[in-house]
Design a protein around this ligand. Structure first.
Ligand code: 5GP
Ligand code: MG
Length: 188
């Protein structure tokens, strides 16, 4: 594997990630089944993935959701001052589908300060979404600046680690890894 020496510590391997995603899918099905019912019909839940980081997580998550209908959409948000999470946020790619009166579940790789998810949830609620939920694979809850509560969390990451793999990048590399790990300082 070309990146083998760049990863100093595997934190969650492929099996742990896939196992946790299956559990999260069951929770989502259970919670949304009654919520999505309207006039005797079940309307689809819209899963909104944040590009680029959430692409693998969203792909694996939807493949495990079988008991409720789902639709998929994507947004891409960037902050001025690339590489940091501070700075002003803006859409690079907006949602394609209308969200008015729809139940939305935002799917994100990792939540840190919460600024990105807060910004997106604000916009979706202004556009009249029926509900906006948050589903993140990794929560760095100790670093939260905005009061955004996560509805589904795959793994907690308390420490201030910099993670790569399974969608998460460093300088656009490592997104294709099946595992999530810590980057060795020699790779930076
Ligand atoms: P925030 O919650 O601060 O608005 O930003 C979350 C975003 O910061 C994530 O979507 C991700 O792009 C980036 N981020 C935060 N922590 C990490 C990390 O440990 N590794 C990587 N690759 N990106 C991170
Ligand atoms: Mg992200």
């Amino acid at each position: 594997m070309v990146y083998e020496r760049d990863i100093s510590n595997i934190i969650w391997d492929d099996e742990a990630i896939q196992q946790r995603i299956r559990e999260m899918a069951r929770e989502i099905e259970r919670d949304y089944k009654p919520k999505l019912e309207r006039n005797g019909k079940i309307e689809p839940l819209i899963l909104v993935g944040l590009l680029k980081g959430a692409f693998l997580f969203l792909a694996d998550l939807v493949r495990n959701i079988e008991e409720i209908p789902v639709e998929v959409d994507f947004v891409r948000i960037a902050s001025y001052g690339e590489g940091t999470t501070s700075g002003e946020l803006r859409f690079i790619q907006d949602l394609v589908d209308p969200v008015l009166n729809r139940h939305i579940l935002i799917v994100e790789d990792i939540v840190d300060t919460g600024n990105t998810l807060h910004y997106l949830a604000d916009i979706l609620s202004n556009r009249g979404a029926a509900s906006t939920g948050f589903c993140v694979l990794i929560d760095k809850s100790a670093r939260r600046e905005k009061p955004v509560g996560m509805d589904y969390v795959g793994f907690e990451c308390e420490e201030d680690k910099f993670l790569v793999g399974y969608g998460l990048d460093y300088a656009e590399k490592y997104r294709n890894l099946k595992i999530i790990g810590e980057l060795d300082p020699s790779a930076i």
